[in-house]
Design a protein around this ligand. Structure first.
Ligand code: AMP
Length: 511
């Protein structure tokens, strides 16, 4: 049974996935103990000077899981988890899986605006993270640090593998992130199949360079897939080249995953940092479009295989394969990872359905009515085509988002905040191409009064508790917005204008 507010897969399909051993009835919370039995004293996690064996990890998970009950947090309760890349994140997440507490994976960069939204949509009773004042101001009942979660290990009720284990966040097309329920079965399957595809073994050392709460870092194969094979996970404090190159050399890292912006930075840094990167065998790049020119530089300059990853926290993952020819790896986003993935392209838009692709966002009946087709396909909002070789090429998106570095920012959310400023009458946010970040946030504004400066606006939005990565990078005041024939703000024209400062701006709105 799935938690109320979630949409289960149809029973016949669920039975089919079970009969084909796609869903194997694995409870994620049981994994650390299994790993401890299998891999014992091998190193599971490395962070700064700390090293945890699989046995240490299982022990800490058991103690932390006991801590929830001690604080009155029960199975089925939702708790916002907001921790940086540390062993604590891994320990607390698995402790929550084990205790049946539903983790909501907040981004470390989120502030009161976002955490407040996540807490209210999920009905969270708890928060685990460093920002206690913020969590208390949001009225969250149990505000805890990882260190507060400790107790003599206790028995926990067995988890239902078809139930939600945790919630990931959507990249977001509307105001704020939606909650994506991920079940034990579906996530165990995803990590297993991707670990196979990436040939992960106990000899691998995975570097979590990006935030660990991203689906990409957590389970593609990431942290969970690597541990599952007995490999070691090294946690980086940030994705900067200096720190990461040192870690790669020191820990003999073999696999990592990056967004294109970070990959670009690493290539630039390679010109002056000569750390030994020879242990690297695979760099996965995804989360945003990877320019073919950049893709072509990865293998020669980093000395390892490139894998393109197109994916989404909602589920569907498409990847190039390790032995695909170089031209296909450079120019395409590969193929869906599972033979049970079903994809369809309708009017250019990619639709997806399968054993690890959600059937509905949490507590979002109204949005779900349009986000899915009648037969359960998720409308990805991405424009895609398929090459004669069968590879997917992502051509753009119909979603109203800016992809800045690896972060997805919903235009509507930033617009909503801009409109609360007394001197902003209208706001339209579009992406503007940027060599460094891929895209930046460009806000067109209409003001009938004093025109606020970018600094004023940023300060006002920051004071509203908006995460800093969502603040506009540039603003431009115009007299009116261009409109589509249907009378909507014509974002295509605005985006083209943002990219070309010399293009004419004389738009007139029709009544
Ligand atoms: P998220 O769930 O935050 O990972 O965001 C998923 C979205 O990121 C997808 O729907 C795409 O719009 C975009 N995306 C992810 N990977 C790629 C890629 N390799 N190329 C182009 N867009 C991508």
């Amino acid at each position: 049974m799935m938690l109320a507010g979630c949409t289960p897969w149809p029973e016949d399909l669920a039975a089919y996935y079970r009969s084909r051993h796609v869903w194997q009835g694995v409870a994620l919370g049981d994994l650390p103990a299994e790993w401890a039995r299998e891999f014992g004293d091998r190193t599971a996690l490395v962070w700064r000077d700390e090293r945890l064996s699989f046995r240490d990890l299982a022990h800490r998970v058991d103690r932390a899981a006991a801590g929830f009950a001690r604080h009155g947090i029960e199975p089925g309760d939702r708790v916002v988890l907001q921790l940086p890349n540390t062993p604590d994140f891994v320990v607390v997440a698995f402790a929550m899986f084990k205790a049946g507490v539903k983790a909501v994976f907040s981004l470390a960069s989120h502030r009161s605006n976002e955490v407040g939204h996540l807490a209210s949509v999920s009905g969270a009773v708890g928060y685990v993270g460093p920002n206690h004042d913020m969590a208390l101001s949001l009225g969250i009942e149990h505000v805890l640090s990882p260190g507060d979660l400790d107790g003599e290990p206790v028995a926990h009720p067995a988890a239902d593998p078809s139930d939600v284990a945790f919630f990931l966040l959507s990249g977001g097309t509307t105001a704020l992130p939606k909650l994506i329920p991920r079940t034990h079965d579906d996530y165990a399957y995803q990590t297993r199949i991707v670990a196979d595809l990436c040939r992960v073994s106990a000899d691998d050392v995975y570097l979590a360079a990006l935030p660990v709460e991203f689906n990409f870092t957590w389970g593609c194969p990431g942290v969970v897939g690597t541990l599952h094979r007995g490999g070691t996970v090294v946690l980086a404090d940030d994705p900067g080249a200096d720190g990461c190159f040192e870690l790669i050399a020191r820990e003999r890292v073999t696999v990592t995953s990056l967004v294109p912006t970070v990959a670009h930075l690493w290539l630039e840094a390679r010109e002056y940092l000569d750390d030994d990167l020879s242990s690297l065998r695979l760099v996965q790049i995804g989360g945003a479009r990877l320019q073919p020119e950049l893709a072509a530089r990865i293998e020669p300059e980093l000395g390892c295989r490139l894998q393109q990853v197109f994916g989404m926290a909602e589920g569907l993952l498409s990847m190039s394969r390790l032995d695909d020819p170089a031209d296909r790896v450079i120019a395409t986003q590969g193929r869906p990872v599972s033979p049970f993935d079903e994809i369809r392209i309708a009017d250019g838009e990619l639709l997806a359905r399968g054993p690890y692709t959600l059937r509905g966002y949490y507590n979002a009946a109204e949005h779900n009515a349009t986000a899915f087709t009648e037969d359960g396909f998720y409308r990805t909002g991405d424009l895609a085509s398929v090459t004669p070789d069968g590879d997917l090429v992502i051509e753009g998106r119909i979603k109203d988002v800016v992809i800045r570095g690896g972060d997805k920012i919903a235009a509507g959310e930033v617009e909503g905040h801009l409109l609360t400023h007394p001197d902003v009458d209208r706001a339209a946010v579009v992406p503007v191409p940027d060599e460094f970040l891929g895209e930046r946030i460009y806000a067109f504004l209409v003001s009938r009064r004093v025109r606020p400066s970018l600094t004023d606006l940023k300060r006002a939005l920051h004071e509203r508790g908006l995460a800093d990565f969502k603040l506009p990078d540039r603003i431009e005041f115009v007299d009116a917005f261009p409109l589509t024939p249907l009378g909507k703000v014509d974002k295509k024209t605005l985006a083209a204008a943002a990219a070309d400062p010399l293009a004419a701006r004389g738009w007139k709105e029709q009544a």
